[in-house]
Design a protein around this ligand. Structure first.
Ligand code: NAD
Length: 344
């Protein structure tokens, strides 16, 4: 089984090489993203392995199918970059639904602590032997209210971490889970009552720009917004306006709407053309990390293991309904996934 592995990074290879050898996979690594221009690199492969910023649109799907590719193995949880309707009947799409929710939730808390206590600024000051504390006053997390939007695997872990700081946790989810014991409220109430808001829902048509001008208008003055989920959950222009008007006190962004052409690459010697991102990075109360919340050794190992298992099972003809995406094929009454079968 031959796999074309796009957007390969040095930290991907050790885990994948180890598990691939045992499974008899032959992986060809490419540094480039998958898109219309690079799809031909997959010639000779039966599977493409892709990450968050690879493009699997209808044009790419058709080109992959014509090349003989039959499987897309996402090495991540989110799949908003894949046109699953275009894939239906042609390419089977598998993902890694869970690897380490702790990695992402802990990163969200790391960003909150950093921005609140100005650790990023303090680190630079003391390196210059500047021991002044001016401008560094933060706030106690203890007793503050945090609003968690999306209480799935990551949101639940983040809520628990916040409880460890003795914060009051409010939650909003389209499908509330009573077993969490969390206090679910409406989105409006969460916006108006929270000192900190953290996004942990997937990017869908419904959640696109869930934080927009109107949402920011409803928030407390000085609110801190955390986004470790997907960039397009936030209307970036509305966020920038909110920060300029001092309505938003701070923002921690591990993801960014237009990240695809920038994140994971070194642009330190270039003039970055994205004015909104440059503006955000220039703001003292904004921290941007490069979609790194998942990046722990435990998560990398788990991602490699599950992805290789997905590929091995697919080519062995073993259904894996728990890791195959839903194509929303319309056959709800006769869903094959429910019968533990392949979707097509
Ligand atoms: P999950 O599926 O376990 O949880 C998602 C939760 O969002 C569910 O409880 C679901 O009911 C809820 N939800 C769905 N639609 C909603 C809506 N319209 N409004 C409010 N809530 C809604 O997913 P997870 O593993 O917790 O991951 C959450 C997100 O984190 C992923 O979708 C992905 O985008 C992101 N993520 C980011 C990184 C990173 O490195 N930054 C890594 C992994 C995942």
């Amino acid at each position: 089984m031959k796999v074309a592995f796009y957007d390969a990074k040095p930290y991907d290879r050790p885990g994948f090489d180890r598990y691939a050898q045992d499974a008899g996979l032959e992986i060809k690594y490419f540094d480039t993203h998958l898109n219309e221009d690079t799809v031909s690199l997959a010639a000779g492969a039966e599977c493409v392995c892709v990450f968050v910023n690879d493009v699997v649109n209808a044009q790419v799907v058709d080109a992959l199918y014509d090349l003989g590719v039959r499987m897309v193995a996402l090495r991540c949880a989110g799949f908003n970059n894949v046109d699953t309707r275009a894939c239906y009947g042609k390419l089977h799409v598998f993902r890694v639904p869970a690897y380490s929710p702790y990695a992402v939730a802990e990163h969200a808390m790391a960003m909150l602590l950093t921005i609140n206590r100005r650790i990023h600024k303090a680190y630079n000051r003391t390196r210059e032997f500047n021991f002044s504390l001016n401008g560094f006053a933060g706030f106690d997390l203890h007793g503050k209210t945090v609003g968690v939007i999306g209480t799935g695997k990551i949101g639940k872990v983040f809520a628990n971490i916040c409880k460890g700081f003795e914060m009051r946790v409010l939650a909003y989810d389209k499908f509330p889970d009573p077993s969490t014991g969390l206090e679910y409220v409406s989105l409006e109430e969460l916006f108006s009552a929270s000192d900190v808001i953290s996004l942990h829902c997937p990017l869908t048509d419904e959640t696109h720009h869930i934080i927009d001008e109107e949402a920011i208008h409803r928030m407390k003055k000085g609110v801190t917004i955390l986004n470790t989920s997907r960039g397009a959950l936030i209307d970036t222009e509305a966020l920038i306006e909110g920060i300029k008007e001092k309505k938003v006190g701070a923002a921690c962004l591990d993801v960014y709407d237009e990240e695809a052409d920038l994140f994971y690459e070194d642009f330190s010697g270039h003039i970055v053309q994205d004015d909104k991102l440059v503006r955000l990075i220039a703001m003292p109360n904004v921290i941007v990390t490069s979609h790194q919340a998942f990046l722990t050794n435990e998560a990398l190992d788990s991602i490699a293991h599950t992805t290789v298992e997905n590929i091995r099972k697919f080519f062995a003809g073993i259904p894996s309904p728990e890791t195959e995406v839903c194509y929303h094929c319309g056959n709800q009454d006769a869903c094959r996934k429910d019968r533990d079968e392949k979707c097509f």
